[in-house]
Design a protein. Structure first.
Lengths: 225, 366
């Protein structure tokens, strides 16, 4: 591998890791709402949160571009403060987060729904504030599903293409990720380099899945003793 | 069986004026509960569990007033709504509700208030020592209930809410947990509010009984006074039963009977049960309807079990009467359900010396 490739791998890993870390908080919050809240607006919220799963990624990318453009509120607000997102690494991060978010939320929601809500109530009667009950009961019981969701989100972030290319472009050394580079190399006839990067992505995907599996097994064995 | 639980010296211990909308009806309860232990009976879905959850603070839509002792847990008019963690109310649901990721000991310590000594006392009272390091998944139903009770006790509650704590257990286990509940009531200075379908448990534990139906209180009073009320027979699962523990003494295959000795020494003949080992402990049940009363010893009767008792009280029960009798073998209380005309014909009254007759085939192994 050449130095450029190392830089590509490092950049992609950094983006995927940061994206996964940043969506944990809002992702768990959204999953809790979907798992526990019963009331008006839930269906709408569910649909909005699932949109990135069903829309073509390029469509999501265009929607993001619109939102960040000068004509939109968000775009104007950011521009007024001199914050540039489009065609920078921040746009890559934003695109991967938006695309991975629903995957994490789905997995986390299932894990949270499996927890008997009365256990949380009992924790409250035993002196826990809502936050403490979450930390001492909900989180330890749901961590497997949350981890599985995080691995899914991380993997999705590693391979994100469509939305990224729309908002961040495909600028080597600045916004180019592994997935974008594979496409570029293939388009420009550098099949050998493309294949080499494909091999790297395969290794990364395996590593992510296996390390999650390993953590689950180790924790489960310890709990069984 | 009917040792009266101590009533408080200073008026009502628990005052409820609750209003809670549920799916099919409204829960409306206005009650002052004077006893240290109160049983709640009623058909499934009548709001019993919702009542407990509202008192525990787990129903945010509950309105009204809840006062335990001098502490106001809820007073929506005054804008008071203590959070569940501030109410010092312990809650044990039917399936124990243990935290599956924690060991028995970690469960007990989870909400411990009052330090190591209280935890140790709770572990000891419910005999959890040997179970300490086990996870709930490896505990039996009775063990789970004991751990859940210890967990609630360790949190130093002033009121313990028990939602059918024994319903998931078979009769023998039930009899093993019941003494723990008596111990909690008498030694731990904790008020008990206790949902059950079992009249025997109510009579054993509670000084006060609420019968609920569709969210409303249908009857309220001392259990013995309500014993014959139609609401009770509807609310109790197995009717009125006499439950006793005994030991298998001998078998008579030719005679078709097995001899069982109760703890006080009374011997009962039950239908031949040769599969039981001599010496085995058994629980026997006799329905109150199947107990006969005679005013003279009855040597010419086919019933194999005839023994002298003294009438404690005669309670009216909608056309019927329930006669409470004490046997001479150490204070087993027997309940017999008779028609009012039978009571009149025999002139039964408290203090009467009579004989009870029970057919072998009326004795069931529980």
């Amino acid at each position: 591998m050449v130095a450029e490739d190392f830089q590509l791998v490092a950049f992609t890993l950094r983006i995927a890791a940061l994206s996964t870390l940043l969506l944990l908080g809002p992702g768990i919050a959204a999953a809790l709402v979907l798992a526990r809240y019963r009331g008006p607006g839930k269906g709408a919220l569910e649909t909005v949160l699932s949109l990135p799963l069903v829309l073509p990624p390029t469509a999501v990318g265009i929607l993001l571009l619109e939102a960040l453009g000068r004509r939109a509120v968000v775009g104007r607000w950011l521009a007024a403060r001199g914050i540039e997102i489009v065609f920078t690494w921040k746009a890559v991060l934003l695109a991967t987060m938006v695309m991975s978010f629903p995957l994490f939320v789905r997995s986390a929601r299932t894990a949270l729904e499996e927890i008997d809500p009365r256990l949380v109530g009992i924790a409250r009667t035993l002196g826990c504030s809502p936050a403490r009950a979450f930390l001492r009961v909900t989180l330890p019981l749901a961590w497997r599903g949350l981890l599985a969701g995080a691995v899914l989100a991380f993997s999705r972030a590693l391979g994100e293409f469509g939305a990224t290319v729309m908002v961040a472009g495909n600028i080597p050394g600045r916004t180019q990720t592994l997935a974008l580079a594979i496409f570029s190399y293939n388009q420009t006839g550098h099949d050998e380099r493309a294949l080499r990067l494909v091999a790297v992505t395969v290794v990364l995907a395996f590593a992510a899945l296996w390390s999650a599996e390993w953590i689950v097994r180790r924790r489960t064995r310890r709990a069984a003793i | 069986m009917d040792r009266p639980p101590a009533h408080s010296a200073s008026g009502d211990l628990i005052r409820l004026a609750l209003d809670l909308p549920l799916a099919r009806f409204r829960l409306r309860v206005r009650l002052d509960l004077p006893a240290r232990a109160t049983a709640v009976m009623g058909p499934s879905g009548c709001g019993k569990t919702s009542l407990l959850e509202a008192i525990a603070g787990l129903r945010p839509r509950a309105r009204g007033r809840i006062v335990v002792g001098d502490d106001v847990l809820l007073d929506t008019d005054a804008g008071i709504r203590l959070r569940p963690e501030a109410r010092r109310v312990g809650y044990v649901p039917q399936d124990a509700g243990l935290f599956p990721h924690l060991t028995a000991l970690e469960n007990v310590c989870f909400g411990a208030r009052g330090g190591r000594r209280r935890v140790e006392a709770a572990l000891e009272a419910l005999e959890i020592g040997p179970l300490r390091s086990r996870h709930p998944v490896s505990l039996s139903g009775g063990e789970k209930q004991r751990v859940a009770l210890a967990r609630a006790l360790a949190s130093n509650p002033r009121l313990l809410l028990l939602d059918e704590p024994l319903a998931a257990l078979d009769v023998e286990l039930r009899e093993r947990i019941l003494p723990y509940l008596l111990r909690i009531r008498d030694e731990w200075n904790v008020l008990l509010l206790y949902v059950t379908h079992n009249l025997g448990e109510t009579l054993t534990l509670a000084g006060d009984l609420i019968v609920m139906r569709d969210g409303a209180v249908e009857a309220h009073g001392p259990p013995l006074e309500l014993l014959g009320a139609p609401e009770i027979s509807r609310a109790s699962a197995g009717g009125l039963e006499n439950l006793f523990r005994g030991r298998v003494v001998s078998h008579d295959a030719a005679g078709g009977i097995t001899d069982v000795a109760l703890s006080g020494g009374l011997h009962l003949s039950i239908p031949f049960a040769g599969t039981l080992d001599v010496g085995a402990t058994v629980t026997i049940a006799v329905r109150a309807e199947e107990v006969l009363i005679a005013t003279a010893p009855a040597p010419h009767l086919s019933a194999r079990n005839v023994f002298p008792v003294r009438v404690l009280s005669v309670l009216p029960a909608t056309g019927d009467a329930i006669v409470r009798c004490e046997s001479r073998d150490g204070g087993h209380v027997w309940l017999a359900r008779l028609t009012q005309s039978a009571v009149d014909a025999l002139a039964l009254a408290p203090g009467s010396a009579v004989w009870l007759a029970v057919k072998s085939h009326s004795v069931r192994l529980a």
